[in-house]
Design a protein around this ligand. Structure first.
Ligand code: NDP
Length: 329
């Protein structure tokens, strides 16, 4: 089968397109014909070696496609599925644990199905499970026009939570407002001061910071006393070690560094979040913006665009080529 393979850590140039052996399902796994794969920022951490993965490996962990073979005989061949726990998804075939497969309703576009789970369930746990956020509360979201950012903004806004979004361009500002943000700021603005000016003099209840190194200290300043800073990513690089006394001086604030894995480790919890996201997309509450569709052999370009901050919303790889053939990209 064709796949992207990484034999050494490094920049996008280490992603090689070529022929590799097809995977074989182990017990409890299902073999899938990949239609489209989701591209996530975490894929760049594995490529660079910031997150460790034995070499060589095929990047990616989510996508959509059709079941080729379920050795247990439970899922019929041809069933449309999506997944986000499928290491090696930048490939024509992948194996995924049967219990982590999600059925894709016919009305969901394959590009959306390919990218809805990882970013959608992340947005779901951020807004619903990190802190007790109620209608009228406020939050700040960095990288507010990115994949997770736009979804988290919509989920927060739909619950009546005021959103302060941070973005880097006028195009991204428009998208953040369209997703439901109340106030959109640029990184050069004084975030803490702007938040307080528009929030009755108070810091926000929760900061969701996926940017990391460049925004972390401003995030500590933008939150209210006893509020929560949720550092959930490191798009600008990992946060430098710091003195925990800072949490005291900013008003006894809470800091958490969560992962989707920990918020979906229980299969029932995984199913609850997957169901909530699928339902919200089907009923139109959640709009997944597909910001770019790339052929599989241009996966390196997708990583370049993502890391150069050129993209908005979610990115997908058209693995089967059907999207390209239909001229829909
Ligand atoms: P995005 O689509 O949000 O892309 C990353 C964005 O980060 C860019 O578009 C850019 O937006 C912003 N950014 C700010 N500074 C930089 C920089 N120096 N270099 C590159 N980008 C920068 O990606 P995802 O939606 O895939 O992921 C967003 C974050 O969420 C990532 O940090 C990711 O690791 C994290 N994540 C965490 C999960 C968890 O469970 N902990 C799960 C899923 C994702 P702008 O130009 O507006 O600043």
């Amino acid at each position: 089968m064709k796949a992207i393979q990484i034999t050494r850590n490094g920049g996008p140039e280490v992603m090689e397109y070529g022929e590799v052996e097809s995977p074989r399902p182990a017990a409890g796994q299902v073999l899938i014909d990949v239609d489209m794969a989701g591209v996530n920022y975490i894929d760049t951490y594995y490529r660079e070696g910031i997150y460790r993965c034995a070499l060589p490996f095929i990047p990616g962990s989510e996508g959509t496609g059709r079941v080729i073979e379920d050795p247990a005989g439970t899922i019929a061949p041809g069933t449309a599925v999506a997944w986000c726990n499928g290491p090696g998804s930048y490939a024509e075939q992948v194996v995924v644990d049967a219990e982590r497969l999600v059925a894709v309703p016919a009305e969901i576009d394959p590009a959306v199905a390919a990218t809805m789970l990882l970013q959608g369930m992340t947005a779901h746990y951020l807004i619903n499970s990190i802190a007790a956020l109620h209608e009228g509360d406020s939050c700040m979201i960095t990288a507010g026009a990115g994949g997770v950012g736009l979804l988290a903004t919509q989920l927060a806004a739909s619950r009546g939570i005021r959103v302060f979004s941070v973005v880097s361009s006028a195009e991204k500002e428009k998208l953040a407002y369209a997703a439901g943000a109340d106030t959109v700021m640029g990184y050069s603005d004084n975030l803490a001061e702007t938040v307080r000016r528009h929030n009755g003099g108070r810091g926000v209840d929760v900061v969701f910071d996926g940017v990391g190194r460049d925004t972390f200290h401003e995030s500590l300043e933008a939150v209210r006393p006893r509020g929560t800073v949720c550092l959930f990513g490191a798009a600008s690089g990992p946060v430098e070690p710091f003195d925990p006394q800072l949490l005291n001086t900013h008003g006894s604030i809470f800091l958490t560094r969560p992962s989707l894995g920990a918020y979906t480790s229980d299969t029932d919890e995984f199913r609850m979040r997957a169901q909530a996201v699928t339902q919200a997309i089907t009923d139109g509450t959640l709009n997944v913006r597909i910001g770019g569709v790339y052929p599989l052999n241009e996966a390196a370009q997708a990583h370049r665009d993502l890391q150069e901050r050129k993209t908005t919303g979610s990115l997908v790889l058209d693995v089967s080529g059907r999207r390209g053939e239909a001229g829909l990209s």
